[in-house]
Design a protein around this ligand. Structure first.
Ligand SMILES: Nc1ncnc2c1ncn2[C@@H]1O[C@H](COP(=O)(O)OP(=O)(O)O)[C@@H](O)[C@H]1O
Ligand SMILES: [Mg+2]
Length: 442
């Protein structure tokens, strides 16, 4: 997001532009021209920070934009957020602050011409639509293939109840779909046989939410092309990928041992340090290699640490390298990320919700440590209670040390976790290589 004087010209990308027309920061303009968030409140992390208005709560409201669309959500503020004079959120007159904090408020769409008001501040919304070229009637030449079903049918198939979808209707050249193995927020993953290879492969089919521009397709392909060049034994190898209209296919190595998430479920919710010790090493090796190649993962979480049976035991492999980052950045993840993929925030560091929101090697370090923390405790570094808005918790609370969750580890590992989970990225390990060095020093 950028603050500008707000010039408009026809060759600019779609944007949601917020202009403050009244209050202490009147005259400021915030331009949301990519998939991003905007925070309003008294808190230090806020993009629009109002310090001298008692009606404003610390984290008052959030806007998520996937331009030209955007939604606004009150974050459980005391006085509510007025959208065109209609109150959103806020505390019921008779409710205690504790009760009010547990009420979740829905995201409401915001449109061109809307007025947002909190206390003395008024913000007007301008939506700049994309300049659209006439749509060619020719179907874009898929890089890999296209499915045999119309998009709507595919969409309902990919998002229907797991187990009810029929993967045999998806055709990927050279691949025979065998069975569905899992669901993610944007599609399904199938086990498949490829050509005459003995080893099975995984075929992931994603559907973008919303329209996909030619530019987004090209940039996404470029990103996947770079990711597929990363070859490390602890990285799920991308074998092929393709894009057809709004469909994205990724063919990768198949991991038969489940994921860290399924292992946790199998073992009743948590794993011991002894269980995960080799996987910490594997994950850090793969991540350090990616960071050396100036590539960041952006979506490390238990379901993206897959396990593969090898002679010496289960080996951990990082999957989905760079995938969601590209998908989100290009606006393919739709609105609202917080609603479509609500568990993602549990593994994301604070800096992705404020400031420049850039994914960095240090943010991967945080996510990796948070994933291990979850495996060991069943809990998360930030004290989510399922009630308060998770963004408000991430921005307003401090991570709970691992030892306070009853996990006793040698001192050097405790300090490794504390450093990796520091909310301030500059105090963290700079990258996975640095964390790996610490992991190995006793
Ligand atoms: N390469 C793979 N090999 C085996 N199983 C996989 C593979 N990739 C994904 N899966 C399974 O499919 C599920 C859905 O994956 P995905 O679409 O990436 O969503 P998420 O990572 O959010 O769970 C995963 O939880 C995992 O169990
Ligand atoms: Mg995944």
């Amino acid at each position: 997001m950028s603050q500008t004087e707000g010039q408009h010209s026809s060759d600019q990308p779609p944007a949601v532009i917020l202009t403050v027309t009244a209050g202490s920061i009147s005259g400021k303009t915030f331009v949301m021209d990519s998939n991003t968030t905007f925070l309003f409140g008294r808190g230090r992390a806020c993009d629009a920070r109002i310090t001298e208005d008692e009606q404003v709560s610390r984290h008052h409201f959030i806007i998520e934009a996937n331009p030209p669309e955007a939604v606004l959500r009150d974050l459980g503020s005391l006085n509510g957020t007025y959208l065109n004079d209609k109150k959103q959120g806020g505390r019921d007159k008779n409710a205690s602050p504790e009760d009010a904090a547990t009420v979740k408020h829905p995201a409401v769409p915001i449109r061109d011409g809307d007025q947002i008001r909190v206390g003395k501040t008024t913000i007007s919304v301008t939506v700049r639509e994309a300049v659209r070229c006439a749509k060619s009637s020719k179907v874009a030449e898929p890089l890999l293939t296209h499915a045999t079903l119309p998009e709507e049918q595919l969409r309902s198939m990919l998002f229907s109840d797991p187990g009810t979808s029929d993967g045999s209707k998806i055709s990927v050249p050279g691949c025979t779909i065998l069975e569905e193995v899992g669901r993610g927020p944007y599609g399904s993953v199938y086990k498949a046989a490829r050509n005459n290879e003995a080893r099975p492969v995984a075929v992931k089919v994603l559907i973008a939410r919303g329209e996909v521009s030619e530019r987004a397709r090209t940039l996404f392909a470029k990103e996947m092309e770079i990711a597929s060049r990363l070859t490390h034994p602890n990285l799920v190898r991308i074998l092929d990928f393709g894009i057809a209209e709004a469909l994205f296919f990724i063919v990768s190595e198949y991991c038969s041992g489940g994921s860290l998430a399924s292992k946790m479920r199998e073992r009743g919710g948590t794993l011991s340090y002894g269980d995960i010790q080799p996987w910490i090493h594997h994950g850090l090796e793969a991540l350090a290699d990616a960071h050396r190649h100036k590539f960041v993962h952006g979506d490390i979480k238990p379901s993206n640490i897959l396990l593969q049976q090898r002679a010496g035991g289960l080996v951990a492999k990082l999957s989905d390298m760079g995938l969601m980052r590209g998908f989100q950045k290009l606006g393919l993840a739709g609105l609202s990320l917080l609603q479509n993929d609500p568990t993602r925030i549990l593994f994301q560091p604070r800096e992705l919700f404020c400031g420049d929101r850039e994914v960095s090697p240090a943010s991967d370090v945080w996510s990796f440590a948070a994933t291990l923390y979850h495996a060991l405790t069943g809990a998360h570094p930030y004290p989510f209670d399922g009630q308060r808005e998770s963004v408000d918790v991430v921005l307003g609370e401090e991570p709970i040390p691992l030892e306070a969750r009853g996990v006793a580890l040698p001192a050097h590992l405790q300090s490794m976790f504390a450093r990796a989970l520091d909310p301030d990225p500059s105090k963290r390990f700079h990258d996975a290589g640095e964390m790996l060095d610490c992991f190995h020093t006793e």
